[in-house]
Design a protein around this ligand. Structure first.
Ligand code: ZN
Length: 435
């Protein structure tokens, strides 16, 4: 659609990826920012409560050759339909997630200890706790006013989870132990501070009108290219904005073939098991597929044929081999930085990749001119999981698990290689091209 959004060069792509991360401290921001970019590129918004036939009819060719998206909380599903879809035309679905491990504000958010004002937070997902210490943090998320209106907010740097001085814990370098309740509560000032007032100020409403919130802590340090050749990229939330942004940029840049349908599915709550209305375990994706199939004129038979020929590429951050902990990886499969996105394997179906999916992925990489490498865990260190096995189970669609290799996954600030990020977006684009 807009040429400005093409995945044209690595530097250009990485600049835009960094801007997207900087503007997306929470899943709500990421989904809203994706929606803004899609709207700017000509995608129509389809409301969940609206009549989709009416919206599709606003396009001169109906659902054919159209582009749309549905935004729900921290999740977004977007699509582009080729110029001549048949009732059994399959879907090429790029799946990702918008959430990251961190800390969520509890309902009674104020604490006072000695003269310090503190906030009261809850751990979300598998946080690498120590990585959040001694950083300039903000509150970010969404708030609701008493009329039910929702606003995205961010306060700017106000908070810090302060580490104990080495003088007061001489054993700390023999193993840092953090209590998830006692040691994770951020300082937000001295004296009387009301967190609700900070949130209301950020929303531009009086605190008396603040009805509710979904607010997290977020690091305020901007993303940066580092490394001797600026080949590395340091930022929080690369798990999994690396895959979200790759899919977004690719969907905007790539017109699908006449009988192809490209879908970007970005879910929330992956880090806590995907079981929610906006998680991959919920019905959001299937609802969109069914409604699109109806608009394309698919009956039950055509819909089943379509699903049987469809693909999900479940893209989620993966692990590069760590130079200081080389023994923690499989001895033969060692993903290197800059050698391309990885294809994830797990015999126990923590990843959904099979030989069929591996062949599909390798063909896409070759067509895109992108190097790819494999990931499999050391047998003594079980790997994580992704939305891949969940969407495979729910939809029955062939699924393959892939992602950009990182160091420090689930840290407040993760590290990737710019070529792997760009390579992932290029393969996404090839996938969306379809045939
Ligand atoms: Zn992830």
């Amino acid at each position: 659609m807009t040429a400005a959004q093409s995945t044209a060069t690595v530097d250009d792509y990485i600049d835009r990826y960094g801007d997207f991360i900087a503007a997306s401290p929470t899943a709500f921001h990421a989904a809203a920012n994706a929606a803004e970019q899609l709207k700017a590129a000509g995608f129509s918004e389809y409301g969940l409560t609206e009549d989709w036939e009416e919206i599709a009819q606003q396009n001169s060719s109906g659902i054919a050759d159209s582009a749309g998206f549905v935004l729900r909380d921290g999740a977004i599903i977007a699509w582009r339909v080729g110029a001549d879809p048949l009732p059994h035309t399959p879907f090429n679905i790029w799946g990702a997630h918008s959430d990251s491990p961190g800390f969520v504000l509890k309902p009674n958010p104020n604490r006072k200890t000695e003269s310090w004002a503190q906030a009261n937070v809850e751990v979300y997902g598998g946080v690498l706790l120590n990585s959040w210490l001694d950083r300039d943090l903000e509150f970010a998320g969404r708030v609701f006013d008493s009329a039910g209106n929702c606003r995205l907010i961010r306060t700017g740097p106000v908070a810090r989870i302060a580490q104990l001085a080495v003088h007061l814990d001489r054993e700390v370098n023999n193993g840092l132990k953090l209590d998830r309740q006692l040691h994770t509560q951020p300082i937000i000032g001295v004296g009387e501070v009301d967190v609700a007032e900070l949130l209301a100020d950020a929303a531009g409403i009086p605190v008396t009108e603040l009805a509710a919130w979904d607010v997290s802590l977020a690091d305020t340090q901007l993303p940066a290219r580092i490394g001797a050749h600026r080949e590395l990229f340091a930022a929080g939330r690369q798990d999994n904005l690396s895959s979200t942004y790759a899919g977004l940029a690719a969907l905007i840049a790539q017109t699908p073939a006449p009988q192809s349908i490209a879908v970007l599915a970005v879910f929330d709550h992956e880090e806590v098991g995907s079981g929610s209305t906006t998680g991959a375990g919920g019905p959001l994706l299937q609802g969109v597929i069914k409604r699109l199939q109806r608009l394309i004129g698919a009956d039950t038979e055509a819909a089943q044929r379509s699903l049987a020929a469809s693909w999900v590429i479940s893209a989620d951050a993966s692990h590069a081999v760590h130079p200081n902990y080389a023994g923690h990886h499989d001895p033969e499969t060692r993903p290197q930085p800059g050698k391309g996105p990885v294809l994830k394997h797990n015999a126990n179906q923590r990843y959904a990749t099979t030989g069929l999916g591996a062949a599909k992925w390798r063909a896409l990489c070759e067509a895109a001119g992108v190097e790819s490498q494999d990931y499999v865990a050391n047998n003594t260190i079980p790997c994580g999981s992704t939305i891949g096995p969940i969407t495979a189970e729910r939809t029955g669609i062939n699924t393959v698990d892939v992602g950009a290799p990182l160091l420090s996954m689930h840290s407040c600030r993760e590290l990737s290689h710019v070529d792997d990020l760009y390579g992932l977006a290029e393969v996404a684009r090839e996938f969306f091209r379809g045939q």
